[in-house]
Design a protein around this ligand. Structure first.
Ligand code: SF4
Ligand code: SF4
Length: 104
């Protein structure tokens, strides 16, 4: 766990998927389904908090500026990002196997 993590401003995420290959730790994944409350047609990307090491490789990859840095408190167990009750259900993304999208 680094000193930072990233979070996503969900209404600003169009679901374009451009950020996914910028995360070497597979922490950016598509939500399994599009919430009813959402205005965009495509499901958003979510940060899988347990996978994010705060490298910030992804931060400049979002064309809408939906990704932002969150400072992790000295006592990381107090981070609101880590206090999520349950990780969201996400779609698998082929990164490293044959035909995968690799690393941007
Ligand atoms: S690049 Fe930005 S808008 Fe596109 S999926 Fe990632 S967070 Fe959403
Ligand atoms: S900060 Fe690093 S580990 Fe976290 S989502 Fe972005 S690229 Fe992945």
């Amino acid at each position: 766990m680094g000193q930072s993590m990233v979070a996503i401003t969900e209404p600003d995420c169009t679901g374009c998927d451009l950020c996914i290959p910028h995360c070497p730790f597979e922490a950016l994944l598509p939500l399994a389904s599009n919430p009813d409350s959402r205005t965009h047609k495509k499901r958003p990307i979510v940060v899988v908090a347990s996978q994010c090491v705060g490298c910030l490789s992804c931060i400049g990859s979002c064309p809408t500026g939906a990704l932002f840095e969150v400072k992790v408190p000295f006592d990381a167990s107090q981070s609101t990002l880590l206090l999520m009750p349950q990780p969201p259900e996400t779609e698998p993304v082929n990164r490293w196997k044959k035909g995968g999208i690799g690393w941007a």
